[in-house]
Design a protein around this ligand. Structure first.
Ligand code: F0G
Length: 457
């Protein structure tokens, strides 16, 4: 294609699904019925579902076609061979342990390695990764770089891990660290990428202390794309070559296929050495399934094998970056503060900055989430004091930031959809003076963001 300014959706559409369209009054009733918690609103009542980019991908014709020829044999399925061959080719890792999704891979690997008192460093652990470590009595330590703390800084690699602090931690606590990690891209830190230079430095530290290095690779293709786009010495390299070099630095990876695997379910652990494999396979048989399907149907493995390669196509990645950049700049233009720079899988709205008069204890992020739904039909996810705030000895300890994540399902929405969202969000911004925050009227003891009920103040 000739070079043009406009980045187009690199697909045409063969199968469509109706878009739920509601009146504002209907949405107001839904909010009321759901206790103002968007997790409790039925998806059929949501017009633009930006709750997550996980498992929400639209599959390609090639993926659907591959599903039709899947081999559903219990043992030795040809579809496992297809997935294994793709993962080996893309990552260079020889041993593939299939699981039904990312957190099952985490649970399996950590159950083998993490003991009470263990420490597992990363840039930022994703919630399920942290919970799986803590559940075994371990400590998940976040060592993201200092630039990550400034939401407005446009630093290109705010997912980087602070190598000095990592070195210091490894020196002090070597014997307590059964494995070292890094998450690419850094989802819990705003979807920010990690540079190749940083990945090399991190790998060097882990190698020096003889600590196995395992990458949380669920958005590895988007991360490789940002290395190409933002790290000048890699500008001319193929994304595949960059991705492969990243994997070459590590001893293995864990992957949720629901992101850059372009599938609705699936995951794996991939390892260079067979040292852990017999024990992992025993654990797998006990909890997920036989080693040639893990927790997946063969048709899922076929779609996954095709999806990994599709995620590495550069026109697709250019479009993926363009979606987030387009929404971020459109929202900034209408006065919505957005975390900078945008990543690829989501934009993060700064509810604290939009609603400076709503204190963290009144959950500005939740107020924004509710308003986005009411006015624009958008479902986002609060990533602030509802999710992370705590009551310690009677005092409220807020989250570090009051954010709302709008995560973009892959290949699902068009630019016209995004234009509508930006236009409707202008009304949210205009009406911000009316938002007073929320109070919690009902909450469970754990993971309250999923089921708590709220009322507007
Ligand atoms: N690691 C990262 C970085 C993730 O973002 C996720 C899931 C997982 C691991 C767990 O994978 O869902 O397949 O079990 N993130 C989703 C999200 C849920 O919305 O960000 P899973």
């Amino acid at each position: 294609m000739p070079e043009r300014q406009t980045i187009i959706e690199p697909f045409k559409i063969k199968v469509v699904e109706p878009l739920p369209q509601l009146t504002r009054a209907e949405r107001a009733r839904e909010l009321e019925a759901a206790g103002w918690n968007l997790f409790l609103v039925p998806a059929r009542r949501v017009t633009f579902d930006f709750l997550t980019d996980s498992g929400t991908t639209a599959m390609s014709a090639a993926q659907w076609a591959a599903m039709m020829i899947a081999d559903e044999s219990y043992a030795g399925s040809r579809s496992f061979e297809a997935l294994e061959a793709t993962v080996r080719r893309v990552t260079g890792f020889r041993y593939i342990i299939p699981t039904h999704q990312g957190r099952a891979a985490e649970h399996l690997l950590f159950s083998m390695l993490v003991r009470p008192g263990s420490i597992v460093p990363s840039n930022n652990h994703f919630d399920t990764t942290r919970a799986n470590i803590e559940q075994l009595g371990g400590e998940a330590v976040d060592l993201v770089c200092a630039e990550a703390r400034d939401a407005r800084s446009a630093a290109p690699f705010k997912g980087n891990l602070d190598v000095e602090r990592l070195d210091e931690l490894c020196r002090r606590e070597r014997d307590r660290i059964p494995l070292g990690m890094i998450t690419i891209t850094n989802n819990a830190g705003g979807g920010q990428p990690v540079s190749l230079a940083n990945l090399r430095a991190v790998a060097e530290v882990y190698r020096r202390y003889d600590i196995p290095f395992i990458i949380d690779a669920c958005r590895f293709a988007e991360n490789a794309w940002f290395i190409k786009r933002r790290e000048p010495e890699n500008a001319k390299r193929a994304v595949r070559a960059i991705a492969r070099e990243v994997f070459d630095l590590a001893d293995g990876c864990m992957m949720s296929g629901k992101k850059d695997g372009m599938v609705n379910i699936g995951g794996f652990i991939a390892l260079r050495s067979d040292a852990w494999v017999p024990r992992l396979r025993s654990g797998l048989i006990l909890t997920e399934g036989f080693p040639t399907y893990g927790g997946m149907a063969a048709r899922d493995m076929e779609a996954f094998a095709v999806g990994i390669d599709e995620a590495l196509e550069e026109p697709y990645l250019a479009y993926r970056e363009a979606v987030a950049a387009y929404v971020a700049s459109g929202l900034e233009r209408i006065g919505m503060p957005v975390m900078q720079p945008p990543g690829a899988h989501a934009v993060y709205l700064d509810a604290g900055a939009l609603l400076p008069d709503v204190p963290p204890a009144s959950y500005p992020g939740q107020a924004l989430v509710a308003s986005l739904y009411l006015i624009a039909g958008v479902r986002g996810c609060e990533v602030g004091s509802v999710m992370f705030g705590k009551h310690l000895a009677g005092t409220f300890v807020p989250a570090a930031r009051e954010l709302v994540r709008l995560a973009f399902p892959r290949r699902v929405y068009t630019q016209a959809h995004m234009d509508y969202v930006i236009e409707a969000t202008a009304e949210v911004v205009a009406g911000r003076g009316d938002l007073r925050g929320m109070r919690i009227v009902e909450e469970p003891p754990f993971l309250r963001h999923f089921t708590a009920k709220f009322a507007p103040l």
